[in-house]
Design a protein around this ligand. Structure first.
Ligand code: NDP
Length: 246
């Protein structure tokens, strides 16, 4: 129970990797703010946790909108009085080859994945700085490091998340706040179930461990970075990708 008494705010927490992160943090004792763009899904997920005796609230948020993010943080502070852990997990894809990519697909992916992460870090920074402690974990992606045909917008957003992680780590370290990223590889979720068989095979061919990861593989890495064992780790990118990038 290394996170007993801690409050964790997880964006995109209603399903997929975000929900698995909520499960892992709750199993370590954390109280949860499950933030997601769809209030009904966030509420269903928070209710599941409450049924298991975990203190959990649902918060509707569009992370790309700074007013919505400010409101989310106000709600969490009103409910729990603090935010100890922020996990920036909300993310989307709008894939197509660069020459065919529409401007709005570029703008939307950058707005949710990169600006959304910036908005949330900025909104929790003040209360965390006051508390002189905090943990921020950003979910990046291997494609932010290695690129991927068909994902110019997504890979640029995730590379941006990595740069943002390092800058935020440097700026917030003096106040006892760590900022790290987890870079998942090919993880079995609804996001990757949309891939063609060909794209799926292409990924499996370059994974030394020869299998897709599970959401729990990512969630355990997040739990480590959010917990006391990672107190002296900041500005790092932890790859959870079966060896795809090394
Ligand atoms: P999912 O699509 O399953 O879940 C993402 C969640 O984020 C959904 O609940 C979604 O809501 C929510 N969301 C989307 N837009 C917003 C927004 N503007 N504001 C708040 N919440 C939003 O994705 P995964 O679980 O697969 O991915 C989670 C993270 O992991 C993402 O950042 C993704 O880029 C990253 N990742 C995933 C990999 C994979 O293989 N699956 C690999 C590498 C990184 P809704 O569905 O209602 O839109």
């Amino acid at each position: 129970m290394v996170l007993k008494g801690k409050t964790a705010l997880v964006t995109g927490g209603a399903r997929g990797i975000g929900k698995s992160i909520c499960e892992e943090l709750a199993a370590a004792g954390a109280e949860l703010a499950v933030a997601d763009v769809r209030r009904d899904l966030a509420e269903d997920t928070a209710a599941e946790f409450r049924d298991h005796g975990v203190r959990a609230v649902a918060v509707a948020v569009d992370v790309s909108d700074s007013d919505s993010v400010a409101e989310m943080v106000r709600t969490v502070l009103a409910e729990f009085g603090k935010v100890d852990v922020l996990v920036n997990n909300a993310g989307i894809t709008r894939d197509s080859l660069l020459i065919r990519m529409k401007e709005d697909a570029w703008d939307l992916v950058l707005a949710v994945n990169l600006k959304g992460t910036f908005n949330c870090i900025k909104a929790v920074a003040r209360p965390m700085m006051k508390a002189r402690s905090g943990r921020i974990v950003n979910i990046a992606s291997v494609v932010g490091v290695m690129g991927n045909a068909g994902q110019a917008n997504y890979s640029a957003s995730k590379a941006g998340v990595i740069g943002l992680t390092k800058t935020a780590a440097k700026e917030l370290a003096p106040r006892g706040i760590t900022v790290n990223a987890v870079a998942p590889g090919y993880i079995d979720t609804e996001m990757t179930r949309m891939l063609s068989d060909e794209a799926r095979r292409a990924f499996l061919d370059i994974i030394p461990l020869s299998r897709a990861g599970q959401p729990e593989d990512v969630a355990r890495a997040v739990r480590f970075l959010a917990g006391p064992d990672a107190a002296y780790i900041t500005g790092q990118v932890l790859h959870v990708d079966g060896g795809m990038v090394m």
